[in-house]
Design a protein around this ligand. Sequence first.
Ligand code: AMP
Length: 484
Amino acid sequence: MDNNFSKYSLCDELTKAISLLNYTNPTEVQSMAIPAILQQQDVIIKSQTGSGKTAAFAIPVCELINWDENEVQAIILTPTRELAMQVNEDIFNIGRFKRIKTTCLYGGESYDRQVKELKQKMHIVVGTPGRVLEHLNEGTLNASNVGILVIDEADEMLNMGFIDEVEAVIERISTTRTTVLSSATFNKKIDKIINKHMINPIRIETNQQANIMNNIDYKFYRAKEADKHILLRDITMIENPDSCIIFCNTKIMVDDIDAFLYDSGYSCNKLHGGMEQRDRTAIMNKFKLNEFRYLIATDVAARGIDVDDISLIVNFDMPDKKDAFIHRTGRTGRRGKLGKAVSLVSEIGLQSFALIKDSLNFDHKLLTAPDAETALKASESFYKKAKIKTEIKQTKGAKLSEDIVKIHINAGKKTKMRAVDIVGTLCSIDGMTADDIGIINILDISTYVEILNGKGEAVLKALQTKNIKGRPRNVNIADVIKAY
Ligand code: AMP
């Protein structure tokens, strides 16, 4: 395979997925982390999202998984539910052809659903510390075979007050494990975790942050707090971005700006921690697919969220800390593209502006608001664009799914259906081999099987007349998998 990942001697299944994901060259962080983790060395990654950090651990973790082993072998902790879902999706995509089973555990979602999933063959779990610990304590997650622990975005995990849970999870996992820790910044608390729980870790640091920041055009506007709504409207009309995230410091402000922009005719939605998890997930997915242009969010959305081509970031409120500023604005200017980041600085934000300028060596001046005439002129093309439907994007894993069909069999655990029964029947179909069978999910009264390599239709036809476990079964297409 003419792919620069071939030097890692990964299995064919991973190599195929990596190439369908269009990863041709390892990023800087990947070229350092992948060989080290494959050697099962402890690794500390100091790097931003956008650097390919997730795949830097996900690729070697997937390679190290022993598929035949039914118990969980790797636990990945993330600070937010959104990041957990995203890491889970990346692992699902990378491990697709190796048939890696992965699941997400986080609060705000049915505990029973998670327990049921954990009862099945499961190789990797990704989750927030509290819920992972709950499953460990309840005995619904067995850590005795876990050989790899990843603590992703450790700094944020500690900022969010998860330190005790993180430590409790670490202590439940065998000390012979490999531990990977990623963090954008380091402090005493993180050093304490490193010193206590990691063995001779290799430190990996990249200059990615400088590269990302060079791709962003930063602007700071001075405004009175009470005038910021109008300034936001004027600036977004002038910039007229294809997609934009507007960050606020509080949920109430997010609600307020969302209502204000919606009333002004914007294609917008909101995301904050006070919303139901189901709604948060749905909004994030719609934003990733480009179904609407403006996302108004608190910092929940800042960490890890990997959406391509965000052309404009607005700090409606100045963040208090330099790190939050970097994370928010780092949602644009990704992968060599140019981005814009506009911050509105009121009297409340002046101190943060000074701090950010100082710590990032910025020499930016505060700009005055654009005049009303310029904004009015711009509004014409803004509303013209607002009338045009956004172009729906493909998901990252779409190419992987092109040749995969998921079938549903009307029988499951209650009728003692086992994976071996399914595999046996499928392999008896002309032209089918075990390599054409993807992930098998056996639920109480249903079974889902992915058929790979474009053989779904033929299998479906054959199963209309073939017995499975001694009987004909009702078999149909569950879903032509478009996305994860
Ligand atoms: P992350 O830093 O993990 O948030 O990754 C940022 C984005 O880069 C994600 O969309 C990944 O799918 C993508 N990515 C990761 N590794 C590579 C690679 N080697 N080549 C191209 N894209 C990549």
